[in-house]
Design a protein around this ligand. Structure first.
Ligand code: MUC
Ligand code: MG
Length: 373
């Protein structure tokens, strides 16, 4: 039998409105831009993937435009003619020829997994070794920039039983204003919710230590990336001194970072993100390092749409212990869909489909409508 080959890779940049501005320390999102990747194979099967970041180049080293360009000019041509069913060989081939670009590689790996799942009639989770759960608890991010609005939003999420874990994006303004904002929200929600913060590297160590102590003493359950990813010594010291556990997010730009963070004792929780590791298979290598080092796991997001969210979810449902749950709410931040059946969120959980591949079908009309011309 002749091997099934990768024949064509197509990238589509899609701009979708958000339900409200989403305010992070380094950028306020007014919309989200997805890069959808379509991989056509010689057996007629198409795999879909997504490579999405936040705020152009505000968050990481790749922008939607650079992801598209690098796939169109470099990664795509490297893959054409490779065996579609041997995802391991295809990704090793890419890694040998192209450095970095984990966001682009993650979208490609997701698409290859989707195609292989459709080919074999298996969900991607089963290609990744097999799921140990069918759904994942999902946190919501409160990031309107306004304390009263955030409390109102959290109350609504509790009422409709969609989220009971809230992550607050802080770090854009003055530290004392941040502390006031976070403590007010925690006091309003009390024991009905877990409240956590994400500082997105915005503080320096001198400010962060005091803030971590105050946050921990006021019932905040977790502090994500308080200082710069490059200040490793500071991260180690904060991890030793903060009463609330420290989670590494931006510090992990690949599996090697995960190893050195674990070796240095720089965090007690890892945010797992397929985009920052190079795909659903790659992120599980980071998870394994964490598990071996006794570091707890959290299923992170780059605020992907439905395709990237389910690519992440299929990886996360294979994990034994996700102590800190996930934040796979990306599709809920968008007002529009580009798939025929949106992922299902029910009773605080995201349900992970058992249908072949990622379990999604692109809505061609909506995709064409929102595709950047
Ligand atoms: C981040 O830094 O974790 C995840 C949720 C959210 O609101 O922003 C992202 C990025
Ligand atoms: Mg983060």
């Amino acid at each position: 039998m002749s091997p099934i080959l990768i024949e064509r890779i197509q990238t589509i940049v899609v701009d979708l409105p958000t339900i409200r501005p989403h305010k992070l320390a380094m950028h306020t999102m007014q919309q989200q831009t997805l890069v959808i990747i379509r991989v056509q194979c010689s057996d007629g099967i198409e795999g879909i993937g997504e490579a999405t970041t936040i705020g152009g180049l505000a968050y990481g080293n790749e922008s939607p435009e650079s992801i598209k360009q690098n796939i169109d000019s470099h990664l795509g041509p490297l893959l054409v003619g490779q065996e579609a069913a041997n995802i391991n060989a295809a990704m090793l081939h890419l890694d040998k020829a192209a450095k970095g670009n984990t966001f682009a590689k993650s979208g490609i790996e997701s698409a290859l997994l989707d195609a292989q799942g459709k080919r074999l009639g298996l969900p991607v989770s089963e290609l990744l070794g097999g799921r140990v759960r069918d759904s994942l608890e999902v946190a919501w991010t409160l990031a309107s920039g306004n304390t009263a609005k955030d409390i109102e939003e959290a109350e609504r999420m509790l009422d409709i039983r969609r989220h009971r874990i809230f992550k607050l994006k802080i770090g854009a303004g003055e530290v004392n204003a941040d502390l006031k904002h976070v403590i007010a929200i925690k006091q309003a929600l009390g024991e009905r919710a877990s409240v956590r913060v994400d500082v997105n590297q915005a503080r320096d160590e001198s400010v962060a230590l005091r803030a971590c102590r105050i946050l921990g003493d006021n019932g905040i359950d977790l502090i994500e990336q308080p200082i710069s990813r490059v200040n490793r010594g500071g991260q180690v010291r904060l991890n030793q001194r903060s009463p609330a556990p420290i989670m590494a997010d931006e510090s992990i730009e690949g599996v090697e970072d995960a190893f050195s963070l674990a070796a240095d004792g720089a965090a007690s929780i890892f945010a797992l993100k397929i985009a920052k590791n190079g795909g659903p298979r790659a992120v599980l290598r980071t998870a394994q390092i964490a598990e071996a080092a006794g570091i707890a796991l959290y299923g992170g997001t780059m605020l992907e749409g439905s395709v990237g969210t389910l690519a992440s979810a299929h990886a996360f449902v294979t994990l034994n212990k996700l102590t800190w749950a996930t934040e796979l709410f990306g599709p809920l931040l968008l007002t529009e869909e580009i798939v025929t059946h949106a992922p299902v969120y029910r009773d605080f959980q995201l349900e992970v489909p058992r249908t072949p591949g990622l379990g999604l079908t692109l809505d061609e009309e909506r995709l064409a409508f929102f595709a950047r011309k």
